[in-house]
Design a binder for this molecule. Structure first.
Ligand code: 6GU
Length: 267
């Protein structure tokens, strides 16, 4: 997976992605993060990329041309890589004379977009390249977003100062689906959310902490019973904390009854 991020704050992207699991995935070559500074395409002495909005109003708007040049630069990189990868024996590339890369998704982070979720993360993870466009100030000149953006995505109903944190949230969630990023044990557990059930509770040593024991079944070594307990705990927890998710979950009749009882307590 190659993430390309158009931003005025590339350090935010590279620093955050360089830590923890995503940092390890970068070192191992499972993911690649290419943060490109829109300011590098300003084309003026002061490296200005914003201007006052037509029609007046508060704040500044990022100009179309630096964003477009930044996007073209990223497309050139993608195409060069694709050309290297081509093993058809045909010299040159189908992309040779075009300025933009068809088929590459360009995601504009905006509170006006559709809300990001686990299903979308899984879908994006199947792409070879993803381009993120991070706005700041009051936004980006509409003419360039119209031209290059394929997907408008938000991470929830609140307003942030810029698109960098949403891009990081998305890249983190997408990376978990990229083969090799997580070990298989953990990735299997992901399915409990995709199945619209929350994760069961976790415990580690000591077996008794300040008088609180771990549930005895965890110490029993009975794998079949344990699997049943995990499943039941997931149903109970989802019914308690996120009953809205249960509609999309596949439950047995017995589990439905259990969920109904638990949800009933909450009312
Ligand atoms: Cl994607 N951008 C900004 N600026 N604010 C947000 C958001 C995105 N998603 C939720 N709030």
């Amino acid at each position: 997976m190659n993430f390309h991020v158009m931003t005025l704050f590339p350090g935010m992207i590279t620093n955050a992605m360089g830590e923890s699991i995503t940092g390890r995935a970068i070192k191992a070559g499972h993911i690649n993060v290419n943060a490109v500074n829109i300011r590098d395409f300003a084309g003026n002495k002061n490296n200005n990329v914003d201007d006052y909005p037509y029609g007046g109003g508060a704040g500044m708007v990022i100009q179309a041309e630096p964003v477009y040049l930044c996007y073209r630069h990223i497309c050139e990189n993608i195409q060069k890589r694709k050309q290297c990868q081509e093993t058809t024996g045909i010299s040159g590339s189908i992309y040779k004379n075009i300025e933009v890369t068809p088929g590459v998704r360009v995601i504009y982070l905006t509170p006006q977009g559709k809300t990001f979720n686990q299903e979308l993360a899984c879908e994006y993870a199947t792409e070879e390249d993803l381009v993120f466009l991070c706005g700041h100030y009051e936004g980006i000149d509409e003419r360039v977003t119209e031209e290059i953006v394929t997907d408008y995505v938000s991470i929830g109903d609140y307003v942030l100062t810029g698109g960098e944190l949403p891009a990081l949230v998305m890249m983190d969630a997408i990376s978990r689906f990229v083969p090799g990023v997580l070990n298989n044990c953990i990735s299997a557990r992901t399915e409990s959310f995709s199945g619209n059930l929350l994760e069961y509770p976790q415990y580690t040593r000591p077996a008794a902490w300040r008088g609180k024991e771990v549930p005895p079944i965890l110490l029993s070594g009975n794998h079949k019973k344990l699997a049943e307990w995990y499943r039941k705990q997931s149903v109970i927890r989802t019914a308690l904390m996120r009953p809205d998710l249960l509609e999309g979950a596949e439950l047995t009749e017995e589990e439905k009854e259990l969920a109904g009882k638990v949800a009933g307590y909450g009312k």
